[in-house]
Design a protein around this ligand. Structure first.
Ligand code: ADP
Length: 276
């Protein structure tokens, strides 16, 4: 699905003393079948931006077009609901959103809600559970709250995948995981994306290695504006500029390895930690 934001602006609690302008004049385009990351310091507007892509927020200014759907200030809930079916959202700690009595019912909830028949919804649930690596059918009848933390997160992600979205928004999906857990989780999304050419994901992350490894194109947010976009090589090529945006290249060689894998040439980016 092709997505385009034009002069997108958003203000929280508009016309109150607590008014907060979180996005200003954002112009961005996501092609079908893309793997992009949005990076930026805490509070730069990343979450606010991605919540527009799946219709959780309505712009205060400008517009966002996603496939056939266009949202502008004043767009009605019915239109937003259409967008939510096509764009799945994996929040930080998605396991906090589990609620149903069994794993199977929890995962089937999305497809049922989007109008699939019972039979089809449970078939999609089963397929999605397999995709996240949960193949043991006995587990499907258990309460999601009786599972381990890692399994709970997988069930919650299966709940998003089951509705068959074209686009996945991944808002810090690896929060709280150890390095191997992070890799496993990101590989899962990467495999999901590769399965169908038209699928895309948008990864919001503060792990620069994840952005370098799992995105072909990166958008940089700073103080509510989109300040830069380009390939990982371009984004990570200028240390002073990264510092200005409050971003750091972690003291790890994996980022450099991931970047040089793309270009085939060794890269020299000096590691530093931001002073925040
Ligand atoms: P990021 O995802 O980059 O950390 P956010 O989009 O969450 O940034 O936040 C952008 C700005 O909007 C920040 O200044 C934040 O404090 C503010 N903000 C976020 N959510 C709310 C909210 N629900 N009410 C008021 N202000 C908010």
């Amino acid at each position: 699905m092709h997505i385009k934001a034009q002069d997108l602006g958003f203000t929280y609690m508009k016309n109150t003393p607590f008014e907060k302008r979180a996005l200003r004049g954002v112009n961005l385009e996501l092609k079908e079948g893309s793997r992009v990351a949005i990076v930026g310091h805490t509070g730069s507007g990343k979450s606010t931006l991605v919540q527009h892509i799946n219709g959780l927020l309505v712009p205060s200014e400008g517009s966002l077009t996603a496939g056939e759907v266009e949202i502008r200030p004043g767009t009605k809930q019915k239109t937003l609901a259409k967008l939510r079916q096509q764009v799945g959202m994996v929040f930080q700690f998605p396991e906090h959103q589990l609620f149903d009595e069994t794993v199977e019912k929890d995962v089937a909830f999305g497809p049922l809600n989007f109008g699939y028949s019972r039979e089809e919804a449970f078939r999609l649930a089963c397929e999605a559970l397999g995709k996240v690596g949960l193949h043991d059918k006995e587990l499907y009848q258990k309460s999601p709250f009786d599972l381990s933390g890692g399994q709970m997160r997988r069930v919650a992600i299966a709940g998003v995948l089951a509705s068959n979205p074209d686009v996945l928004i991944l808002d810090e999906p690896t929060a709280g995981l150890d390095p191997q857990g992070r890799i496993n989780m990101m590989e899962l999304f990467s495999d999901w994306q590769k399965e169908k050419q038209e699928r895309s994901y948008v990864l919001v992350t503060h792990h620069m290695e994840d952005a370098a490894t799992y995105a072909d194109y990166i958008f940089v947010m700073h103080k509510g504006s989109l300040v830069f976009e380009g390939s990982p090589e371009e984004v990570f090529s200028d240390e002073a500029r990264l510092k200005q945006w409050g971003l750091g290249v972690p003291k790890s060689s994996s980022l450099l390895m991931n970047l040089s894998k793309r270009t085939g040439a060794p890269l020299t980016v000096t590691a530093f930690t931001p002073e925040d």
